[in-house]
Design a protein around this ligand. Sequence first.
Ligand SMILES: Nc1ncnc2c1ncn2[C@@H]1O[C@H](COP(=O)(O)OP(=O)(O)OP(=O)(O)O)[C@@H](O)[C@H]1O
Ligand SMILES: [Mg+2]
Length: 266
Amino acid sequence: MAVIVLTSGTGSPGVTTTALGLALTWPRHVLLADCDRDPGQAVQAGYLRGMDHGGRGLMALAHLHREGTLLAPEIWRQTLPLIQQGEQQRRLLPGFTSAGASRLFEHVWASLGEAFEMLGDRGVDVLVDAGRISVNGLPLGLLGVADAVILCVRSSLRSLAAARIHLATLEDQLRAMPTQRPAALAIIGPGQPYSSAEISAQFGLAAWVEQSWDPKSASVLSDGIDEPRRFHDSRFMGRFRSEAKALSDRVSRARELAESVSGGAA
Ligand SMILES: Nc1ncnc2c1ncn2[C@@H]1O[C@H](COP(=O)(O)OP(=O)(O)OP(=O)(O)O)[C@@H](O)[C@H]1O
Ligand SMILES: [Mg+2]
Protein backbone atom coordinates (compact mmCIF):
# COMPACT_ATOMS: atom_id res chain seq x y z
CA MET A 1 0.00 0.00 0.00
CA ALA A 2 2.39 2.66 -1.16
CA VAL A 3 2.66 5.57 -3.54
CA ILE A 4 6.25 6.40 -4.44
CA VAL A 5 7.04 9.45 -6.57
CA LEU A 6 10.25 9.47 -8.62
CA THR A 7 11.53 12.74 -10.04
CA SER A 8 14.66 14.61 -11.16
CA GLY A 9 16.11 18.11 -11.31
CA THR A 10 16.99 18.13 -14.97
CA GLY A 11 19.22 16.37 -17.49
CA SER A 12 17.67 12.88 -17.85
CA PRO A 13 19.52 11.07 -15.04
CA GLY A 14 17.36 7.95 -15.51
CA VAL A 15 14.00 8.49 -13.73
CA THR A 16 11.98 6.53 -16.30
CA THR A 17 14.50 3.68 -16.50
CA THR A 18 14.72 3.42 -12.72
CA ALA A 19 10.94 3.57 -12.23
CA LEU A 20 10.48 0.87 -14.88
CA GLY A 21 13.26 -1.32 -13.44
CA LEU A 22 11.64 -1.11 -10.02
CA ALA A 23 8.17 -1.81 -11.47
CA LEU A 24 9.41 -4.94 -13.27
CA THR A 25 10.92 -6.30 -10.05
CA TRP A 26 8.51 -4.92 -7.41
CA PRO A 27 7.59 -7.56 -4.80
CA ARG A 28 3.85 -6.74 -4.92
CA HIS A 29 1.24 -5.83 -7.53
CA VAL A 30 2.32 -2.53 -9.00
CA LEU A 31 1.19 0.27 -11.27
CA LEU A 32 3.81 2.39 -13.04
CA ALA A 33 2.12 5.74 -13.68
CA ASP A 34 3.64 7.99 -16.35
CA CYS A 35 2.89 11.42 -14.88
CA ASP A 36 5.72 13.28 -16.66
CA ARG A 37 4.23 16.67 -17.58
CA ASP A 38 6.64 16.84 -20.51
CA PRO A 39 5.09 14.08 -22.59
CA GLY A 40 7.31 11.51 -24.27
CA GLN A 41 5.46 8.16 -24.21
CA ALA A 42 8.85 6.89 -23.06
CA VAL A 43 7.83 3.44 -21.78
CA GLN A 44 5.45 2.59 -24.61
CA ALA A 45 7.84 3.71 -27.34
CA GLY A 46 10.89 2.30 -25.52
CA TYR A 47 10.50 -0.89 -23.49
CA LEU A 48 7.10 -1.75 -24.97
CA ARG A 49 8.37 -1.03 -28.51
CA GLY A 50 5.50 1.05 -29.73
CA MET A 51 2.62 -0.75 -28.02
CA ASP A 52 -0.65 0.99 -28.88
CA HIS A 53 -2.22 2.48 -25.76
CA GLY A 54 -5.68 2.23 -27.33
CA GLY A 55 -6.69 5.63 -25.97
CA ARG A 56 -5.98 4.57 -22.38
CA GLY A 57 -4.11 6.70 -19.85
CA LEU A 58 -4.07 10.18 -18.34
CA MET A 59 -5.90 11.80 -21.28
CA ALA A 60 -8.84 9.42 -20.88
CA LEU A 61 -8.83 10.05 -17.11
CA ALA A 62 -8.93 13.83 -17.72
CA HIS A 63 -11.97 13.30 -19.92
CA LEU A 64 -13.71 11.14 -17.30
CA HIS A 65 -12.94 13.73 -14.62
CA ARG A 66 -14.50 16.47 -16.75
CA GLU A 67 -17.66 14.35 -16.97
CA GLY A 68 -17.73 14.12 -13.19
CA THR A 69 -16.77 10.40 -13.06
CA LEU A 70 -14.83 9.18 -10.01
CA LEU A 71 -11.36 8.11 -11.12
CA ALA A 72 -10.66 5.36 -8.58
CA PRO A 73 -13.04 2.74 -10.08
CA GLU A 74 -11.83 3.62 -13.60
CA ILE A 75 -8.10 3.73 -13.22
CA TRP A 76 -7.30 0.01 -13.69
CA ARG A 77 -9.21 0.00 -17.00
CA GLN A 78 -6.88 2.77 -18.19
CA THR A 79 -3.72 0.66 -17.84
CA LEU A 80 -1.68 -1.70 -20.05
CA PRO A 81 0.30 -4.78 -19.04
CA LEU A 82 4.03 -4.13 -18.69
CA ILE A 83 4.90 -7.81 -18.67
CA GLN A 84 2.80 -10.97 -18.58
CA GLN A 85 4.96 -13.34 -16.55
CA GLY A 86 5.01 -13.95 -12.80
CA GLU A 87 2.46 -13.81 -10.00
CA GLN A 88 2.43 -10.04 -9.62
CA GLN A 89 0.41 -7.76 -11.82
CA ARG A 90 2.65 -5.09 -13.34
CA ARG A 91 0.81 -2.46 -15.32
CA LEU A 92 1.46 0.93 -16.94
CA LEU A 93 -0.79 3.99 -16.81
CA PRO A 94 0.14 5.80 -20.06
CA GLY A 95 0.96 9.49 -19.81
CA PHE A 96 0.12 12.64 -21.73
CA THR A 97 -0.01 12.38 -25.50
CA SER A 98 0.28 16.01 -26.54
CA ALA A 99 2.44 18.98 -25.61
CA GLY A 100 0.73 21.20 -23.07
CA ALA A 101 -1.89 18.55 -22.17
CA SER A 102 -0.69 18.60 -18.57
CA ARG A 103 -2.14 22.14 -18.24
CA LEU A 104 -5.61 20.61 -18.62
CA PHE A 105 -4.78 18.34 -15.73
CA GLU A 106 -4.29 20.96 -13.05
CA HIS A 107 -7.65 20.18 -11.44
CA VAL A 108 -7.27 16.44 -11.89
CA TRP A 109 -4.05 15.73 -9.95
CA ALA A 110 -5.77 15.60 -6.56
CA SER A 111 -8.39 13.10 -7.80
CA LEU A 112 -5.68 11.06 -9.46
CA GLY A 113 -3.68 11.05 -6.21
CA GLU A 114 -6.75 9.80 -4.33
CA ALA A 115 -7.27 7.09 -6.94
CA PHE A 116 -3.64 6.00 -6.46
CA GLU A 117 -4.14 5.81 -2.71
CA MET A 118 -7.29 3.74 -3.15
CA LEU A 119 -5.42 1.24 -5.32
CA GLY A 120 -3.51 0.50 -2.13
CA ASP A 121 -6.69 -0.94 -0.62
CA ARG A 122 -6.68 -3.41 -3.52
CA GLY A 123 -3.08 -4.42 -2.76
CA VAL A 124 -1.50 -2.41 -5.58
CA ASP A 125 1.48 -0.11 -5.02
CA VAL A 126 2.01 2.84 -7.35
CA LEU A 127 5.35 4.04 -8.73
CA VAL A 128 4.91 7.51 -10.22
CA ASP A 129 7.31 8.75 -12.89
CA ALA A 130 6.79 12.46 -12.20
CA GLY A 131 9.47 13.61 -14.65
CA ARG A 132 11.39 16.80 -13.85
CA ILE A 133 10.51 19.05 -10.93
CA SER A 134 10.07 22.25 -13.04
CA VAL A 135 9.97 25.85 -11.81
CA ASN A 136 6.62 25.32 -10.10
CA GLY A 137 7.66 22.10 -8.40
CA LEU A 138 5.62 18.88 -8.65
CA PRO A 139 1.80 18.58 -8.62
CA LEU A 140 0.61 18.86 -5.00
CA GLY A 141 -2.05 16.22 -5.65
CA LEU A 142 0.76 13.71 -6.17
CA LEU A 143 2.99 14.91 -3.32
CA GLY A 144 0.02 14.86 -0.95
CA VAL A 145 -0.34 11.07 -1.26
CA ALA A 146 3.34 10.15 -1.59
CA ASP A 147 4.82 7.75 0.95
CA ALA A 148 8.22 8.80 -0.39
CA VAL A 149 9.59 11.21 -2.97
CA ILE A 150 12.75 9.95 -4.63
CA LEU A 151 15.05 12.42 -6.40
CA CYS A 152 17.08 10.63 -9.09
CA VAL A 153 20.63 11.90 -9.67
CA ARG A 154 23.79 10.75 -11.35
CA SER A 155 27.01 11.14 -9.42
CA SER A 156 28.65 13.79 -11.63
CA LEU A 157 29.03 17.37 -10.48
CA ARG A 158 26.89 18.49 -13.44
CA SER A 159 23.97 16.30 -12.44
CA LEU A 160 24.29 17.14 -8.75
CA ALA A 161 24.52 20.90 -9.31
CA ALA A 162 21.29 20.83 -11.34
CA ALA A 163 19.53 18.58 -8.85
CA ARG A 164 20.43 20.85 -5.93
CA ILE A 165 18.77 23.85 -7.62
CA HIS A 166 15.47 22.04 -8.17
CA LEU A 167 15.55 20.15 -4.87
CA ALA A 168 15.13 23.50 -3.12
CA THR A 169 11.73 23.93 -4.85
CA LEU A 170 10.67 20.40 -3.93
CA GLU A 171 11.74 20.78 -0.31
CA ASP A 172 9.74 24.02 -0.02
CA GLN A 173 6.68 22.14 -1.27
CA LEU A 174 7.25 19.21 1.11
CA ARG A 175 7.70 21.54 4.10
CA ALA A 176 4.31 23.11 3.34
CA MET A 177 2.53 19.71 3.37
CA PRO A 178 0.21 19.06 6.34
CA THR A 179 1.76 15.60 6.82
CA GLN A 180 5.47 14.93 6.50
CA ARG A 181 6.39 13.29 3.18
CA PRO A 182 9.93 11.88 3.25
CA ALA A 183 12.38 12.61 0.45
CA ALA A 184 15.38 10.47 -0.47
CA LEU A 185 17.81 9.96 -3.34
CA ALA A 186 18.19 7.39 -6.10
CA ILE A 187 21.81 7.46 -7.24
CA ILE A 188 22.34 6.18 -10.75
CA GLY A 189 25.95 5.16 -11.27
CA PRO A 190 27.51 6.02 -7.90
CA GLY A 191 31.25 6.63 -7.84
CA GLN A 192 31.45 8.62 -11.09
CA PRO A 193 33.10 10.35 -9.35
CA TYR A 194 31.14 11.00 -6.14
CA SER A 195 30.19 8.17 -3.81
CA SER A 196 26.68 7.68 -2.45
CA ALA A 197 27.92 8.59 1.03
CA GLU A 198 29.39 11.89 -0.23
CA ILE A 199 26.22 12.75 -2.16
CA SER A 200 23.96 11.87 0.76
CA ALA A 201 26.02 14.03 3.12
CA GLN A 202 25.99 16.96 0.70
CA PHE A 203 22.22 16.81 0.14
CA GLY A 204 21.25 15.82 3.67
CA LEU A 205 19.16 13.00 2.15
CA ALA A 206 19.55 9.24 2.43
CA ALA A 207 20.19 7.17 -0.70
CA TRP A 208 17.26 4.72 -0.79
CA VAL A 209 18.06 3.42 -4.27
CA GLU A 210 21.46 2.85 -5.89
CA GLN A 211 21.74 1.44 -9.38
CA SER A 212 25.04 0.53 -11.00
CA TRP A 213 26.17 2.19 -14.21
CA ASP A 214 25.33 -0.20 -17.05
CA PRO A 215 24.37 1.60 -20.30
CA LYS A 216 23.77 -1.61 -22.27
CA SER A 217 21.32 -3.12 -19.80
CA ALA A 218 19.70 0.27 -19.19
CA SER A 219 19.00 0.66 -22.91
CA VAL A 220 16.87 -2.53 -22.85
CA LEU A 221 14.55 -0.68 -20.47
CA SER A 222 14.83 2.84 -21.86
CA ASP A 223 14.96 2.10 -25.60
CA GLY A 224 13.57 -1.41 -26.05
CA ILE A 225 16.90 -2.80 -27.33
CA ASP A 226 16.67 -6.62 -27.74
CA GLU A 227 16.81 -8.32 -24.36
CA PRO A 228 19.90 -10.46 -23.95
CA ARG A 229 19.19 -14.06 -22.81
CA ARG A 230 18.10 -14.34 -19.18
CA PHE A 231 17.97 -10.53 -18.89
CA HIS A 232 15.48 -10.71 -16.02
CA ASP A 233 18.02 -12.85 -14.07
CA SER A 234 20.92 -10.47 -14.85
CA ARG A 235 22.91 -8.60 -12.20
CA PHE A 236 21.33 -5.36 -13.38
CA MET A 237 17.77 -6.61 -12.83
CA GLY A 238 18.86 -8.47 -9.67
CA ARG A 239 20.01 -5.13 -8.29
CA PHE A 240 16.61 -3.61 -9.08
CA ARG A 241 14.95 -6.60 -7.39
CA SER A 242 16.87 -6.07 -4.15
CA GLU A 243 16.40 -2.28 -4.24
CA ALA A 244 12.67 -2.72 -4.92
CA LYS A 245 12.30 -5.10 -1.96
CA ALA A 246 14.23 -2.77 0.35
CA LEU A 247 12.21 0.27 -0.74
CA SER A 248 8.89 -1.56 -0.45
CA ASP A 249 9.79 -2.86 3.04
CA ARG A 250 10.96 0.58 4.17
CA VAL A 251 7.78 2.30 3.05
CA SER A 252 5.51 -0.43 4.49
CA ARG A 253 7.28 -0.20 7.87
CA ALA A 254 6.89 3.59 7.88
CA ARG A 255 3.17 3.24 7.10
CA GLU A 256 2.64 0.65 9.85
CA LEU A 257 4.44 2.89 12.32
CA ALA A 258 2.37 5.95 11.31
CA GLU A 259 -0.86 3.92 11.59
CA SER A 260 0.04 2.53 15.01
CA VAL A 261 0.92 6.04 16.26
CA SER A 262 -2.33 7.56 14.95
CA GLY A 263 -4.29 4.50 16.21
CA GLY A 264 -2.66 4.90 19.62
CA ALA A 265 -3.46 8.60 19.71
CA ALA A 266 -7.11 8.01 18.82
N1 LIG B 1 21.77 2.60 -14.52
C1 LIG B 1 22.03 3.15 -15.71
N2 LIG B 1 23.23 2.97 -16.31
C2 LIG B 1 23.50 3.54 -17.50
N3 LIG B 1 22.64 4.30 -18.20
C3 LIG B 1 21.43 4.50 -17.66
C4 LIG B 1 21.06 3.95 -16.40
N4 LIG B 1 19.78 4.32 -16.14
C5 LIG B 1 19.38 5.06 -17.20
N5 LIG B 1 20.36 5.16 -18.12
C6 LIG B 1 20.30 5.83 -19.44
O1 LIG B 1 20.07 7.22 -19.24
C7 LIG B 1 19.33 7.74 -20.35
C8 LIG B 1 18.15 8.55 -19.82
O2 LIG B 1 17.29 7.65 -19.15
P1 LIG B 1 15.76 8.01 -18.83
O3 LIG B 1 15.02 8.29 -20.07
O4 LIG B 1 15.29 6.95 -17.92
O5 LIG B 1 15.98 9.37 -18.01
P2 LIG B 1 14.89 10.39 -17.43
O6 LIG B 1 15.50 10.95 -16.20
O7 LIG B 1 13.58 9.74 -17.35
O8 LIG B 1 14.87 11.50 -18.59
P3 LIG B 1 13.76 12.63 -18.94
O9 LIG B 1 13.89 13.70 -17.90
O10 LIG B 1 14.18 13.09 -20.30
O11 LIG B 1 12.41 11.94 -18.91
C9 LIG B 1 18.92 6.54 -21.21
O12 LIG B 1 19.79 6.46 -22.31
C10 LIG B 1 19.13 5.35 -20.28
O13 LIG B 1 19.44 4.14 -20.99
MG1 LIG C 1 11.72 10.19 -18.20
